[in-house]
Design a protein around this ligand. Sequence first.
Ligand code: SF4
Ligand code: SF4
Length: 459
Amino acid sequence: MACDVNYESKQHRKKRYIVFGIITIISLVLPFIRINGNHIFLLNFAEKQLNLLFTSFDMQELYLMPFILILLFLGVFFMTTLGGRVWCGWSCPQTIFRTIYRDLLQTKLLNLRRSINNKQAPTKKGMYLQKTIAIILWSILAFIAASDFIWYFVPPENYFAYLQDPANHTVFLGFLGGITAFIIYDVILLKENFCVYICPYARVQSVMFDEDTIQPIYSESRGGKIYDEHGVKLWSKPPGEYDDCTGCEACVRVCPTHIDIRKGMQLECINCLECADACVPVMGKLGKESLIQWTSANEDERGIKTKYIRFRTVAYGIALTLAFIGLMYMGSTKEHMLLNINRTSELYKIKDGGKTVENVYTFLFQNTDSKDHKYYFEVNNKDIKIVRPSKPFSLKARKKERKIVILRTTKTLIDTEKKDTPIPITIKAFATDDKDKIVVLRHTIFFYPSETVLEKYKK
Ligand code: SF4
Ligand code: SF4
């Protein structure tokens, strides 16, 4: 039968390859983009620093992490409810790595496999040179992939410096080597067993599915029944006169996790849609659509249009929006410097025969910015003067420094006979070169002695 179906336009494979390419480029380029010295995401344990959306946070500000984790989990729940294991088939590094190694290197480049349409068949016998080349090429790519992963924890500017000084960065090299070795082992030996037996997402995702979740589904009503309700295979080609499945098993041969989608939804399915593509030319010859569609159970079995906006997706959407607003709000309240104030154990010092009272503090300043700044501070009480430090001081980017601070008054702040009085004061600390943005307020106490104590010094 003549067929006017355009197979190429019906294939998901090409679209997936484009998505793989975009994700790979983005993940490789992002660590190198810096704005004001900050990365889009960097969790730098060595320097106790978090960069998020090009803003730098200190480890003391890790209150943002719960929001990031909540966003991550809610995002996964939302995506799974809507599109099943769409992450696995379209974005997961494991799937991208296996596609590069098996389909690009082994099949297309080195001819170790006959066709990317048969992922079940083992590699050809012999051909040891090509097999070695495949392992070497993949090892190089695995090193790049491991480096890319590390760049989100060790910024590229440090990464390359560490590589040039290996003797002093053995822990870093251990991590880099370990991750590279795991990626090599995972892709060459573990293969899709990782998805089937190890990946925790595969275990939990099914509870997030509902009748409107999009997934690869074999149309039993069109193709015919192949397996009974206990999963026992009845035949390869169904015998019914109107059953369309030809029993060619192209959909089985192409499956990277070695399952038969005609048996129904299975834990092992990574949503790669290779089976749906494989059936396109087979059914195309009959002028029909693929028997395997990326659709919902409601649409396939009951003819009910898939509902994308439903209670679960709306609930996840609202929760995601709230978590995102929370993250943005917390991020916007970020202080661009940190200041901790501690008093010394001595309440006050009295000098000049009771005319001068001093309080001593320890101020811990921290420059959380990516640039060096000069810092100083003010006291909100005009009768209390700063004796020490007497002038602004410099602090390098991301460094902290302890300063002994002496505040002094020569005025009678309060006149009580018996009790020392704590007077609340506010310290306004700031970077002298960016007073509007880099500023923090801290409340503390200035102790003023009682009249009885002052009298003793006057004698
Ligand atoms: S590729 Fe299509 S026709 Fe061939 S066995 Fe699979 S479902 Fe049936
Ligand atoms: S059944 Fe196999 S080929 Fe089809 S989507 Fe699932 S993993 Fe891919």
